[in-house]
Design a protein around this ligand. Sequence first.
Ligand code: ATP
Length: 238
Amino acid sequence: MLKVEGISTKIGKIDILHNIDMHVNSGEIISVIGANGAGKSTLLNTLSGLISPTSGKVFLDDVLISGLPAYKVIKKGLSLVPEGRQIFSNLTVKENLLLGMYSTYYREKHQIEEKLEKIFSMLPGLKKHINNLGGNLSGGEQQMLAIGRGLMSDPKIILLDEPSMGLAPKIVSEILEILTVIKQELGTMVILVEQNVKAALKIANRVYVIDQGRMILNGSAEEISQNPHVIRAYLGIK
Ligand code: ATP
């Protein structure tokens, strides 16, 4: 379980996140939705140790992970798939994936091969590109690669920052369906940050709504999709 207690974060001198409480139960996919600039990326960057919170605590399976640098947070079992994918264009698909393992203890060749096979079995179409350069993949393939790389450290929880960005609707559905497969096959908890609210509501168990750095609503995906504020602000239906 991930427990976030009263997290506040500043960027420079500006308060961005205000007293954020949230939790993710084991086996859950959580979507975080909110407008541009609401603080979604800052939240993920804070949880993953890229930014230190000014107050509050984050626990993963009762282990305190807030205040640790990002490379230690990964070792504790939290992996971030960053906004914009951040694939290494000049490295092959396999090399990109192996970079995701640096924090683990897999060293034997057969363990590495097994791990890669498992990842490829969940990410359709990636294996045939194993020796191709990351920069030569399509946007959707790069997103799958970024997810694969995030899974290589065997995380307890994976955080995804706008995986649908710039992708065609059909590819978006494919990518989001993979999250359900990951949850079922690996038992990984998921936090999904998405501007594509309709798609995010479809796959989430529960949803948090962030507005100007504050969590203003949370509930089951069904409750949130019927909430008048959410309908007005994010679903574009009267
Ligand atoms: P988007 O969907 O546009 O990525 P978001 O919800 O992820 O938005 P954040 O990127 O977390 O929002 O930004 C939250 C607020 O923090 C915004 O007002 C943004 O302008 C500000 N902010 C983020 N990064 C910086 C920075 N490096 N310097 C100054 N302000 C920043």
